[in-house]
Design a protein around this ligand. Structure first.
Ligand SMILES: NC(=O)c1ccc[n+]([C@@H]2O[C@H](COP(=O)([O-])OP(=O)(O)OC[C@H]3O[C@@H](n4cnc5c(N)ncnc54)[C@H](O)[C@@H]3O)[C@@H](O)[C@H]2O)c1
Length: 354
């Protein structure tokens, strides 16, 4: 294979950030768009200036021999069946997070991916965001010494100041359906933060939490979790706050992040990801009298471009792109452990969540 012929399945909100990385990749051709609402697929084809096959039935994508790989950007509750069907049809699969809703579904995906002659990955764009990658580089170089505490803070708002993409309100409807999702924000968005914790520090051992499951199901804020990392003298602290009347500076999604890592020799901040709330350099390191800032590229879309490039480049090189199925299951177990710890008011080990 010297080029990947890709079908994008689900032409809703996130496709606007997800697709450009594929459209600009010289070794990728977007040959098909699929959405149950034909008009959405046609709208994206016009926006992106392409003339792909347009499908309204996923089966048509899987039966199309011109499609090598699928990028699944559909509502999360559809992921498990769509992943299994694509692997069965011999298509390479990249699927947006979260992978699925239950550990049993995750196990079925792991087994199918291990059996398949095709590649499977979950798209985790945070792992390609240049400030997060820079922080990892600096951590590994020992710039702040041995990490002892990582704080992953998220602010959720209703509105952003300069929206650069369309926001279809339908995307909230399926997310708010408690019958279709094991949780709200700490599941749907939290998986990004658990992936960053694994990437920066390592596996999580034990979690305690308080989760606010208010009427605004998606909000789940204020909520907080605290955990220990396996084999490290290091804690993770996750917190979500809502500021519904704050119109946040940002262009893409109504969320803002601020991450802080304390180490034996200094402190590091990543001051932005999805939003642009804090008017600060994206990466800052504090070491006694010295403050160092790193002006790496910081447009949030770059995280999606990086994820797209990893999928295409990995397929062409015959290697496994991030995240593989077992890692995605671990991340799901962390989310589920947070809910269980809050419900039982006891510490929970993600490994024990079944
Ligand atoms: N990485 C991120 O930062 C990020 C951000 C937002 C969403 N996501 C993930 O992306 C996925 C989609 O989220 P969204 O916000 O774009 O949702 P959305 O509701 O805006 O888009 C989903 C699209 O899928 C279409 N669809 C529904 N059923 C279908 C089917 N059977 N076949 C084909 N198309 C179908 C819908 O018509 C819609 O256009 C979710 O899994 C979500 O968790 C990731």
């Amino acid at each position: 294979m010297d080029k990947v012929r890709l079908a994008i399945v689900g032409c809703g909100n996130i496709s606007q950030l997800n697709a450009p990385g594929y459209l600009q990749h010289p070794k990728c051709e977007v040959v098909a768009l699929c959405d149950t609402v034909r008009g959405k697929a046609e709208h994206r084809a016009r926006q992106w200036g392409i003339t792909p096959a347009i499908y309204t039935d996923y089966e048509q994508v899987l039966n199309d021999p011109a499609v090598d790989a699928v990028e699944l950007l559909t509502p999360t509750f559809l992921h498990v069946d769509q992943i299994l069907a694509a692997l069965q049809a011999g298509k390479h699969v990249s699927c947006q997070k979260p992978m699925c809703a239950t550990v049993e579904e995750a196990d079925r995906i792991i087994a199918a991916a291990a059996r398949a002659g095709a590649t499977f990955r979950i798209t985790e764009n945070f792992l390609y965001y240049p400030p997060i990658v820079k922080a990892k580089e600096l951590l590994d170089a020992g710039i702040i010494g041995e990490p002892s505490l990582v704080r992953l803070h998220t602010t959720r708002v209703e509105d952003i100041a300069e929206p650069a993409i369309e926001r279809d309100p339908e995307a909230v409807v399926w997310r708010r359906d408690a019958a279709l999702n094991p949780g709200g924000l700490l599941y749907d968005d939290g998986v990004h933060k658990y992936a960053v914790a694994l990437y920066w520090i390592g596996e999580i051992e034990r979690i305690m939490s308080m989760v606010n499951r208010s009427d605004a199901f998606m909000m789940e804020a204020p909520s907080a979790a605290i955990w220990s990392f396996k084999g490290r003298n290091c804690l993770g602290v996750l917190d979500y706050a809502a500021s519904p009347n704050l119109v946040m500076r940002g262009r893409y999604v109504p969320v803002d992040e601020f991450f802080e890592i304390h180490g034996s020799h200094g402190v590091m901040w990543v001051t932005r990801c999805s939003g642009e709330m804090y008017d600060l350099p994206p990466v800052m390191v504090f070491k006694g009298a010295e403050t160092q800032s790193y002006q790496v590229p910081m447009d949030w879309r770059l995280s999606f471009d990086g994820a797209a490039a990893d999928f295409i480049d990995s397929l062409l090189a015959g290697r496994q792109p991030r995240l593989d199925a077992p890692t995605s299951k671990t991340i799901l177990q962390i989310a589920l452990a947070i809910y269980e710890a809050a419900r039982t008011e006891r510490p929970v080990r993600p490994d024990d969540v079944r």
